[in-house]
Design a binder for this molecule. Structure first.
Ligand SMILES: *Cc1c(COP(=O)(O)O)cnc(C)c1O
Length: 379
């Protein structure tokens, strides 16, 4: 089997055709020529699009190399998350969610409960979801979790969930398929926001669901047709184009994120430092066993002594944009508490490392920390 970088540059490309581009441009079509019986592959634009098909094949090759899997793309990560949860469970079922998952997950919880689904939650750390699996229909895992960066053992949780008769979905946003392959670890669905590191340029919203069981994939596809929120061909094409540099980006980001975490560890004003690549991080043993090739992601989380200190730090950064989201080529950081959705201290910073030169980024961060600390702390 080829290496990750080789697979990433070729993923989803059609066989070469003389005088055609290697990645054909976006196909803009609401409907297709359709004489006679209305059978596909391409009939109507809400159901299928050739630009989606190529992107879906590409993502499938990265999430499940060597084993057939189907991918369904969505116009955002939440589109994909909702599609799995709302297509696979029905009234009377029980679902297990992480209590520390992505901040919009509680909105899905509200919807599930309104439809008569019982929702249980437990934290990601320590595989605590194991204790609430009894009788559940679906277990939702997010590892590493956003923004707390806790990690759980996918293989262990999936084994227990399957033994209890539950399906398993993993939110693979932070790791990307080059950093973690949930389907190989036993999950039924690998779900992600492609808005983050997968596409990596901060200019596209995207989501996807990847699974090996054709019937389950068909149910997700039917949900997409029913809900009718579909990806624009331009976005799908931009996403596919971005996959070619995925390995370069995630490798550079992982190296710099670890270097940043190591530099932050030396700072007295930094507490609660988390990065799964740090050898003494509580998440490291499980992360090292289930994540791939040292790719522990681009996010580093830490806490500064209070809101004002954190705001001074963010304002002093020059190479880092104050913005939400993560995984982009340009570093970003934010005071996560400003959104109000996560259980984090006021001075909690979620830092997303871009692909700048490592030394430049570290210099900028350390200078901003000095400025935020003020003259007394520096002296
Ligand atoms: C951003 C994010 C989502 C939602 O993705 P959107 O593309 O913003 O809809 C879901 N899960 C995780 C872990 C995320 O970080």
């Amino acid at each position: 089997m080829t290496g990750d970088g080789t697979r990433a540059v070729r993923a989803g490309l059609p066989e070469p055709v003389a005088y055609e581009p290697s990645l054909p441009g976006p196909v803009f079509a609401a409907h297709y020529h359709l004489p006679g019986e209305p059978v596909g592959p391409y009939t109507y634009g809400r159901d299928e699009n050739p630009t989606w098909t190529r992107l879906e094949e590409a993502i499938g090759e990265l999430e499940s190399p060597g084993t057939a899997a189907e991918t369904v793309v969505f116009p955002s990560g939440m589109g994909a998350v909702s599609a799995v949860l709302l297509s696979q469970v029905r009234s009377g079922d029980a679902v297990v969610l992480p209590s520390d998952g992505y901040q919009a997950l509680p909105l899905v919880r509200e919807r599930l409960e309104a439809y008569g689904v019982e929702v249980r939650t437990a934290p990601t750390a320590g595989d605590a979801q194991l204790r609430v699996l009894d009788g559940a229909k679906l277990l939702w895992i997010e590892t590493p979790s956003n923004p707390g960066l806790d990690v759980c053992d996918i293989r262990r949780l999936a084994g227990a969930a399957h033994a209890a008769g539950a399906l398993v979905a993993v939110d693979n946003t932070l790791a990307t398929p080059l950093g973690q392959r949930p389907l190989d670890l036993g999950a039924d669905f690998s779900v992600a926001s492609g808005t983050k590191a997968l596409t990596g340029h901060g200019d596209v919203l995207l989501g996807y669901v990847c699974c090996r069981d054709p019937e389950r994939a068909a149910a997700v596809r039917k949900w997409r047709k029913t809900a009718g929120a579909v990806t624009g061909p331009m976005e799908a094409w931009l996403a596919h184009r971005s996959l070619a540099t995925l390995q370069l980006r995630v490798d550079r980001q992982a190296v710099t994120a670890l270097a940043l975490a190591e530099a932050l560890r030396e700072r007295p004003e930094v507490t609660g430092l988390r990065h799964p690549g740090l050898p003494d991080d509580p998440a490291h043993p499980v992360a090292a066993a289930q994540m791939r090739a040292g790719r522990f992601g681009c996010v580093v989380s830490f806490t500064l002594p209070g809101r004002a200190h954190a705001e001074r730090f963010l304002a002093a950064l020059r190479l880092v944009d104050e913005a939400t989201s993560f995984g982009g080529v340009r570093s970003t950081a934010e005071r996560r508490g400003r959104w109000g959705g996560d259980a984090v201290p006021e001075g909690f910073i979620r830092f997303s490392v871009g692909v700048e030169d490592t030394d430049d980024l570290l210099t900028d961060v350390l200078r901003a920390l000095d400025e935020a600390a003020g003259p007394t702390a520096q002296g």
